[in-house]
Design a protein around this ligand. Sequence first.
Ligand code: ADP
Ligand code: GLC
Length: 476
Amino acid sequence: MTRRVLSVASEVVPFIKTGGLADVAGALPGALAAHGWDMRTLMPAYRGLVKKTKAKRVLWASDDLFGGPASVKEGALDGQKVMLLDAPHLYDRAGGPYGNPADFTDNPLRFAALSWAAAQIAQHGLTDGWTPQVLHAHDWQAGFAPAYLRFADSSVKTVMTVHNIAFQGTANAAMLGQLMLPFDKFTPDCLEYWGHLSSLKAGLMTADAITTVSPTYAAELMRPEFGMGLDGVIAHRSADLHGILNGVDDAVWNPETDPAGKPYSAKSLKGKAANRKALMAEFGLKDIKGPLAIIVSRLTDQKGIDLLADTIPTFIAGGGGLAVLGSGDAALEQQLKDLAKAHPGKIGLRIGYDEALSHRMFAGGDAVLVPSRFEPCGLTQLYGLRYGTVPVVAATGGLADTVIDANPMAVADKVATGIQFHPVDRIALGHALQRLLVLYAQRSLWQTMQKRGMTQALGWSTSSSKYAALYESLIA
Ligand code: ADP
Ligand code: GLC
């Protein structure tokens, strides 16, 4: 019998994306269908989305959702369905999903509304009769949804997934009433968070189960260095905590079918050589005898981008090249601009967000660098593996769980797929880049590693069966 789960997220591929959360929320419904779970996804109708998805069918409505009328309309894009929460007073505005570019000051209200609507749907169903047995909340934007259900004594089971604990959805405690939260729950063992509200803490305290996106990050989250103030909460709930790795959506990320370049596979890498040439030309790079490294990333402190200025010059002197696509922190953007300017023809830089270019980079690069200080799962190292673009990663979170370092035993046992380094500083990254130069020069070992990465089981089948098993255990 088909089972039903309502997924609640603030970004979903192909509708809107700023990072990996969107990739995951977009891939889950298809992956879970294979396990007999009918997952419907609720997200905000940001400006233009109702039109773009031709959303008409109304599945839920309210005269007053936190200050204005709202409805849920079903839309579709590229063959994928979504339920859009159309509430113009909250979501019909210029800019990204969270701001323009600074965060919207009413974000606590905007995403509490998303969570409230989700909880209403979970309790009372949609107009077509659909009711979920499980509500799956992603990150702080959906964190109040499990709380609303808990406070209503609902029988619908809830899962709270942490994609990144750095974002906690804090809000002024004075908003309690406005956000429809009960005053008697404003205690440290429920809603109160250092004198404030935090929607993520609310979800973590009230959900039936908690997941995060890798086993290593699950363990890291209980430590003050990684828990960012919520380590105690996570440790308190460790019996209900599961680390489930993200997967790669094969329909979107597959070098054999990707229109971004010449197709290639683990059997023949010929197409990749042509893609490398094209990528170099696109970035204005010349005479790179060593590995062409790529970076596709949000430019934030999390991602360790500041370590490049001290490490890349030596890598380039050793024959390497670098192509970077990213946007974010202005100071990091400037650092990269300075670095690229100092190494013309060896470092190429595109500031911005460009999905198509990111595919061309994975298709043409030799290695992908991910020097993150923390990384709940990380997707770019997975795309690197899939595309034979060898990952060089910090040994943290999901990076530690998905890349097998080319240490002597792993090479001897024929299991190495990349390079890991630790700790996350310029000395360790510099050394990792040195190892990259050496490995790349050993052509047959290098190609074996590329091909091994390409044939790893990185798809959603294993992880989606873990989510399905978790949902089953909750409703049993
Ligand atoms: P995070 O979610 O922390 O940003 P992930 O590695 O999980 O990290 O996911 C990042 C996703 O966003 C990947 O799909 C990556 O390719 C994409 N991405 C990041 N920056 C850019 C950019 N500037 N242009 C295109 N895609 C990007
Ligand atoms: C977050 C994390 C990233 C993870 C993604 C999807 O944005 O930073 O590591 O892959 O969510 O779960």
